[in-house]
Design a protein around this ligand. Structure first.
Ligand code: ZN
Length: 157
């Protein structure tokens, strides 16, 4: 093997490793979930924050990227940040209120990256974390969704 092939193989390995999160963050039971180029870039930009969030509260990640078809199949709204690769859902284990409080604190500390919306979907036992596009930032909206289409400010004590 000449040096060019070896260098090429090493670069190929690095690229494959860099792309591994894409396979992890398009999990679904609803069939093909193909990335758009833009959504793939967004997932690659934010997934380390999702891994961190998962560690902070020992949560299970149930949904991140959703293609428009998958999003429709799970009843997501068409404008969902999941379709853009800009959202991740966590199912807290153990004491739910403590988990929500802990993750909110981590979010407020900036540990979860450029979060746009932090929604405790209490009626579904899911914490939805939605993001700004890479490079953008702003305030975080903290909400509790206590029913379909029903939101109120998130209260954690
Ligand atoms: Zn969500």
């Amino acid at each position: 093997m000449d040096a060019g092939i070896i260098v090429g193989a090493l670069a190929g390995g690095a690229i494959l490793r860099a792309l591994q999160p894409l396979a992890r963050f398009n999990m679904t039971s609803k069939g093909l979930n193909l990335y758009t180029f833009k959504a793939a870039l967004n997932v690659l930009a934010h997934h380390r924050f999702w891994e961190h969030a998962q560690q902070v509260i020992g949560a299970r990640i149930t949904s991140a990227y959703r293609s428009p078809g998958v999003n429709k199949a799970v009843g997501g709204v068409a404008t969902s940040d999941h379709v853009k690769g800009l959202a991740c859902d966590f199912v807290p284990q153990g004491d739910k209120q403590q988990a929500v409080k802990k993750l909110r604190a981590a979010c407020a500390q900036g540990e979860l990256g450029p979060v746009r919306q932090f929604i405790w979907e209490s009626y579904k036992n899911v914490i939805h974390v939605g993001y700004y596009e890479p490079g953008k930032t702003g305030g975080v909206q903290y909400l509790e969704q206590y029913g379909p289409g029903q939101h109120r400010p998130l209260v954690t004590s």
